[in-house]
Design a protein around this ligand. Structure first.
Ligand code: ZN
Ligand code: ZN
Ligand code: ZN
Length: 244
């Protein structure tokens, strides 16, 4: 049994960037004044903690818990937005910290840890998440804060930004603003330079097409058939060329 289309559409359109959901306790809802309450399975957006979509138990696969629904919605949005991984909300590891982060690959991250209200940067908190195994660094050098650049942005993910191959794709999107805007959330666009630079080099050099055949002139020798390029007779008239 698939998840209800309207529920998927609602999480796809929610503007928070990670698309991570966490479980909540079952809610009993009155949908008919003459009938008993019906059970629903709610989940909560891990980024803002203010968005609580829910579905009637009867519309979900049999026995689906809020935990399973949260995981399924998280996976759905992560795939839609092209993230290799995403994490959101409060993490109890270490002394505990808030971190919303998503990884596109090629050293490109979206990170927001502002909810901690401490002096540590978004990159510091991303590295903290690596150190506690909350998410896995793609490269062992990702534990070095000196290898990152970061740019503050405001992003609205109510539609996916696709494709994102580099930071430039994010900067070029109308869903990214350099200044605060209604419906846009604060995020740092973080680049791990060793991989970002490698990605740009790889992107700038698409596989080379075979070199175009050199234009042969009168008097040249054709490298393919070995014949001289000269004026040759046709059934009617002549042409300038070799024998292939
Ligand atoms: Zn909640
Ligand atoms: Zn949210
Ligand atoms: Zn030839």
């Amino acid at each position: 049994m698939a998840l209800p289309a309207a529920l998927l559409a609602a999480v796809e359109r929610h503007s928070c960037f990670t698309g991570c959901y966490r479980s909540e306790s079952e809610v009993q809802v009155c949908i008919d004044p003459a009938q008993a309450l019906v059970p629903t399975v709610p989940v909560c957006c891990s980024d803002c903690l203010n968005f609580h979509p829910a579905a009637l138990v009867s519309l979900l696969p049999l026995g689906m818990t809020s935990y399973a629904l949260a995981n399924a919605l998280t996976a759905h949005v992560r795939a839609l937005r092209g993230y290799k991984w995403a994490t959101g909300g409060y993490h109890t590891a270490g002394t505990g910290f808030w971190l919303n982060a998503a990884y596109y690959g090629n050293g490109l991250f979206l990170v927001d840890a502002a909810r901690n209200r401490n002096a540590r940067t978004d990159v510091d908190m991303l590295i903290e998440a690596f150190q506690h195994g909350i998410v896995q660094p793609e490269d062992p050098r990702m534990l070095d804060p000196a290898l990152y650049t970061t740019e503050l942005a405001y992003i609205n993910m109510s539609r996916p930004i696709l494709p994102v191959r580099s930071k430039q794709d994010l900067l070029a999107s109308p869903q990214r603003s350099a200044t605060p805007r209604q419906g846009f959330s604060r995020v740092s666009i973080v680049e791990f330079q060793p991989l970002a630079a490698a990605g740009v080099v790889a992107g700038a050099q698409p596989p080379k097409p075979a070199p175009p055949p050199r234009e042969l002139k009168l008097g040249d020798t054709c490298p393919t058939c070995g014949a001289a390029v000269m004026e040759r007779p046709l059934f009617s008239g002549t042409f300038v060329g070799c024998l292939c």
